[in-house]
Design a protein around this ligand. Structure first.
Ligand code: 5GP
Length: 206
């Protein structure tokens, strides 16, 4: 059976990451979304165990104490984390597990699982990110300002990732991400049994 892979994707808020990931998960049956735990309140329309596992701080801290996270981080004042159980769920299903996590979390995953695929999505420029966040008009001015300030720090980490995509065209960016994931599936470590079987057939005929 083919082995699934961890695919870590980070991007500043407003880059279009959620839209791209929704499309990826809709179109690629071999991808599975890693449902994180968070202490932030659900937004309208968000469902528990689908978008996040929504828990309170004491529950989250008990999980930290019990070593139940692959990684966790404090993002904008709330805890967010990927449980080991979620990773196991992806591996058991043989799926590529998509981790939508921040830069701090990605660094922890890199230290523990360096073979994961790390992709950063950049907005085309600061001015365009600012225009997008103000254009969405879903957040208050102070929230937008905080996100823009955070983005200035986050984008500096892009060079630590395996690949950097620039979302100046949503379709193109989606296709590039899909291509990276497909290429990753061609690595020999992803399907060693099948390759060994073919090589063995050559040895036997020598
Ligand atoms: P939001 O609250 O908008 O859903 O997410 C805020 C930020 O938290 C995003 O940058 C997202 O990538 C990050 N995030 C979501 N889940 C996790 C997680 O499990 N671990 C870490 N480190 N960051 C996460």
């Amino acid at each position: 059976m083919e082995r699934g892979q961890l695919i870590v994707i980070s991007a500043p808020s407003g880059t279009g990451k959620s839209t791209i990931l929704h499309r990826l998960l809709h179109e690629d049956p071999l991808c599975q979304f890693s449902v994180s735990h968070t202490t932030r309140a659900p937004r309208p329309g968000e469902k528990d165990a689908i978008d996040y596992h929504f828990v309170d701080r004491s529950e989250f801290e008990a999980m930290i104490a019990a070593d139940k996270f692959l990684e966790y981080a404090d993002v904008h004042g709330n805890y967010y984390g990927t449980s080991l159980r979620e990773v196991l769920r992806g591996q058991q299903a043989g799926k590529d597990l998509i981790l939508d996590i921040d830069v701090a979390g990605a660094r922890i995953v890199k230290s523990k699982m360096p073979d994961a695929l790390f992709v950063f999505i950049l907005p085309p420029s600061f001015a365009q990110l600012s225009a997008r966040l103000y254009g969405r008009a879903t957040d208050s001015e102070s929230t937008i300002e905080r996100r823009l300030r955070n983005a200035c720090g986050e984008v500096q980490a892009a060079l630590e990732y395996d690949y950097v995509l620039v979302n100046d065209d949503l379709d193109m960016c989606f296709q590039q991400l899909q291509m990276l994931i497909r290429c990753e599936r061609l690595k020999p470590a992803r399907n060693p049994e099948k390759i060994k079987e073919i090589l063995e057939s050559f040895r036997q005929s020598e």
